[in-house]
Write a protein that binds this ligand. Sequence first.
Ligand code: PLP
Length: 427
Amino acid sequence: MKYISTRNNAKPVSVSQAILNGIAPDGGLYVPETFPEFSIEDFDGAKNLPEIADILLSKFFNGDDLAQRLLPICQSAFDFEAPLRQVTDGLQVLELFHGPTAAFKDFGARFLSKCIGQIPLSHKKTILVATSGDTGGAVGCAFEQNPGAKVVILFPKGRVSPLQQQQLTCWGKNVQALEVNGDFDDCQRLVKQAFADDKMCLSYNLSSANSINIARLLPQMSYYAASSLTYFRHHKKPANFIIPTGNMGNGMAALWARICGLPIGRIHFACNANQTLFEFFVDGKFKPRHSIATIANAMDVGNPSNFERFAALAPDQTRHIDCKSFTDQQIRDTIKTDYHKFGQIWCPHTACAAQSWRELPTDFAKEDWMIVATAHPYKFSEVIEPIIDTAIAPPDCLAQIMERQTKSTPLEPELPALADILSAQTF
Ligand SMILES: *Cc1c(COP(=O)(O)O)cnc(C)c1O
């Protein structure tokens, strides 16, 4: 399997090379040149998430040195559960927050780190990662045990929750956190500019840990495969998903899994008040803009980076999808209502999906749905606790993170400032 650029102006590369490059040399994003096809029976006998992931991803790693090591990579990356729980009649929740930093980003970040750990490198990689909150923590955590790489995290000053900030700034010597005087789009722009700068790419052997990196996206297909297979085996019907969406990495993974033949029906994206994607679904025009700050901050994205992969799909691959956008007030109302109705505490991102389910048109509402829970509510307790008037208990992993020492460096949102920091790196 080769990977090609969405801009069609770079030579096809192996999956290992696509992982190391992060972004294609022509500025596009890597996508598989074809999508492998699977039948339900291909997964018969696979007992757990790592085994399902191994079967699914083998075809995406076909011909690459990493293919032989895929099962152990999946076993060590996915050593936590992705349980499906019934919320009420017709509604299940797929909980993706049982990893070490309590957000779904752990799946992709850990898989990426394990892959990079297995690729022979002539000199140390520097992984750049822009984060709106959860990615940086997951990547820092995943790479702390991977001394073959340095990680530089760019996060927007004052735009992340206190717990997220703690999670971004508490990792070992090979993980440096930069507090950018700007918003998430500034962070993302700086990372893209660094990649577009040949000299910087070469001097620092740069790669990306954002969901533009194919090794973030591919593993996320695994939990859609596992949960849709479970649902299909019980109900003989494809599973419908509602996915909290920012950069569309999680949403693209669901779409790719469906294209490969997994039993997935409708896919709905649930966004916060950042309406770029929502408006695209209304009038077909993609108008990227600056993000606005919301209480679902990991989705504060005005220029969803994976849109380019979405636009590269054929029309028949993008049918049966929809997108909705929700205000902070709607998010707050949903958190309150569902806590009282179901005893369920949603994080603000997951609440967008829950509200989207509530607003389904009658025809769709008759079907069963799965909403995807992207973070543990404790990560956003300062938002949620006043709404539900109840204290949220921290999961063990977060309690441990809270005890760590933190360190970060301020950064103006300009490329020369980032270059200065990279050249002064002391890891
Ligand atoms: C990153 C994140 C999202 C958005 O995921 P994308 O892949 O960027 O669409 C949603 N919820 C939480 C909690 C996140 O951390």
